[in-house]
Design a protein around this ligand. Structure first.
Ligand code: BTN
Length: 228
């Protein structure tokens, strides 16, 4: 995969959009040292000073039915890559975060551009924010000080291996890999969506990545929300 390197960008998501709009045809990834307008899910901002990883990976001609499956695939890619660097527990947190010992280490943002999928990945290597909804951590707290470039190479290798095995063995394997490391599976959780929240048992995720929440025997299928 072609990886384009930058020193500074507004957001790797926006640069990916510009390149797609200008007719860039192959699959590519964008890595920058700093972002001036990094964004997270639900329009939140993503602090992006030098030392952490800010990456967007573009996949062409994605079947719209499979969008949420790609999100889970990338969750597993991050989980496995980070697990190869630390001995502490690395978990996938629904819908799109990766936790290191219950603290947020990485987030994934999925956007579409025509039939292309832009997967934005932020991983805290040297820094993590303090004033956030969910406690955060970084790899340096665990003695890991790889560069964003080294981490990108590892992610791309895991992605290519896992994508090939997805194509060969089908998606259910990934759902299981994701569930095997899922944070708070079979536990009571609170899901917030806009100003409302629901409490119930996190039973599973379905084949589309929706979370199945059991509230006193009633099953709810949730496609978006924040998990606490
Ligand atoms: C989240 O947890 O809300 C998702 C965060 C995604 C952040 C990454 S950093 C690289 C890419 N460019 C952005 O502006 N956002 C994503």
């Amino acid at each position: 995969m072609k990886i384009l390197h930058y020193d500074i960008l507004d957001s790797t998501m926006d640069e990916a959009r510009r390149l797609l709009r200008d007719g860039f045809k192959e699959e590519f990834a964008i890595l920058t040292k700093v972002q001036t307008a990094g964004r997270g899910r639900h329009g939140r901002s993503w602090q992006s000073q030098s030392g952490n990883l800010y990456l967007s990976v573009v996949t062409r001609d994605v079947d719209p039915q499979k969008l949420s499956q790609y999100a889970l695939l990338w969750g597993v890619v991050l989980q496995q890559t980070i697990s190869s660097l630390v001995t502490a527990t690395v978990a996938c947190k629904w819908p799109n975060d990766v936790l290191l010992e219950d603290k947020k280490l990485a987030g994934i943002l999925i956007e579409r551009f025509d039939s292309a999928l832009i997967v934005g990945i932020g991983i805290n290597i040297l820094h993590h924010p303090d004033q956030v909804m969910f406690p955060a951590t970084c790899l340096a707290n665990y003695g890991v000080t790889c560069t964003p470039e080294e981490l990108t190479d590892m992610l791309v290798q895991h992605y290519q291996r896992l994508r090939a095995s997805w194509e060969k063995q089908g998606f259910d394997n990934f759902r299981n890999s994701w569930l095997n490391t899922a944070w708070k599976l079979n536990s009571e959780i609170k899901i917030g969506k806009n100003d409302e929240s629901m409490v119930g048992i996190f039973e599973t995720i379905d084949e589309n990545g929706a979370l199945i929440l059991n509230t006193n025997g009633q099953k709810h299928k949730l496609l978006v929300g924040d998990l606490f």
